[in-house]
Design a protein around this ligand. Structure first.
Ligand SMILES: O=C(O)CCC(=O)C(=O)O
Ligand SMILES: [Fe+2]
Length: 338
């Protein structure tokens, strides 16, 4: 397997720097995202303690008795995309290469993963499904705070992108398109799994897929197994590990690919056997956790390519479509239609 690299950028200069420093960060960010589709950020504004607490909440939620988790179960179809997703309930292999026009019906893999999906605290369409305070004290209040911290990072990333993508004639109004906020946050827990099962090809922690939104912000623990598609050698994947739990991994989602008419492209990724275990035949792989923020454009906004990315030489590659319709299409592939 080829081992590629994802660059790390320090956000201090964007958050506190001069105009010149902000511009320099924004240019670097655009360069990394255009070439690799992924970048690691440090000093992004979410403290180590805040991230640690989100991981603690993740651990405690999935340890709740099944009878409690069942009360807040994600429906067996796309909407509302909220609550506890049981192992195997989501079929991420159904969207492998979906954005490249491929349809994988009938080739499902079992995702050895459980998740908990959370929407905006003030979302007008769907309510969150929080366990009661008796069942899990402090969970709802902390996760709402954490959700807002993640949105602040999302907005900073959009501010940086606007700074380098805007022209006076054709401003890129990404932040406006993301208001009101309908981003979704997800706690992922990958239970211990037999190494042989992962090697058999019938099971995965999460199959190859691209995310649907603008960007995805991801914190992962140190177990490993996350791999991304090498943009200079498509079809091959390389592992991405983070130096610390609070290093933030950012990747482009389908929506930004569409809005920028492929100036930025969403990159396929998966979670599988960590590279350190590739030569091991037997035994069990330890559990793994991640905390993910899927930043999204508001539901009624168009995700057709923006004016500034369309020209005679570069005609629009994607049709008119609302952010809601795109999101819905992918969710229905994963969960089924109600
Ligand atoms: O757990 C991870 O590291 C990746 C999760 C992921 O790709 C997703 O939930 O979309
Ligand atoms: Fe993903």
């Amino acid at each position: 397997m080829k081992t590629g690299q994802v660059s790390t950028l320090d956000m201090t200069n964007f958050r506190r720097g001069s105009e010149k420093e902000r511009l320099s960060f924004a240019n670097e960010l655009l360069k990394c995202l255009s070439t690799q589709g992924f970048v690691k950020l440090v000093n992004h504004g979410v403290s180590d303690q805040a991230v640690e607490k989100a991981f603690e909440m993740n651990g405690a939620f999935f340890k709740l008795p099944k009878s409690i988790k069942e009360k807040y179960k994600h429906p067996e179809c796309a909407n509302p995309n909220r609550g506890w997703v049981a192992p195997g309930q989501e079929d991420s292999s159904a969207i492998t290469d979906f954005e490249k026009g491929e349809d994988k019906d009938g080739m499902s893999k079992f995702d050895v993963k459980e998740s908990f999906d959370i929407g905006a605290p003030d979302d007008a369409l769907y309510d969150n499904m929080w366990p009661t305070e008796d069942e899990f004290p402090g969970f709802c209040s902390y996760m709402e705070i954490f959700y807002n911290m993640m949105q602040d990072v999302h907005l900073d990333i959009l501010r940086a992108l606007e700074l380098v993508l805007d022209t006076p004639e054709t401003p890129v109004k990404l932040i406006k398109q993301c208001t009101p906020n309908v981003s979704e946050m997800r706690l992922n827990s990958y239970p211990p799994v037999k190494i042989g099962d992962l090697k058999s090809g019938r099971y995965n922690r999460i199959s190859e897929h691209t995310d649907f939104g603008t960007v995805t912000l991801l914190f992962q623990d140190s177990v490993g197994g996350l791999e991304i598609e090498d943009q200079s050698n498509m079809g091959t994947y390389f592992p991405v590990e983070c130096e610390t739990k609070s290093t933030l991994l950012v990747n482009i989602g389908d929506t930004l690919q569409r809005l920028t008419n492929d100036r930025l492209t969403s990159v396929s990724h998966r979670v599988t056997l960590p590279i350190s275990k590739q030569d091991v035949e037997h035994g069990t792989l330890e559990e793994r956790r991640s905390v993910v923020y899927f930043a999204k454009v508001s539901r009624d906004q168009s995700i057709a390519p923006l004016e500034s990315f369309v020209s005679e030489e570069e005609p629009a590659k994607y049709p008119e479509m609302s952010a809601f319709a795109w999101n819905q299409m992918k969710l229905e592939k994963i969960y089924g239609v109600c």
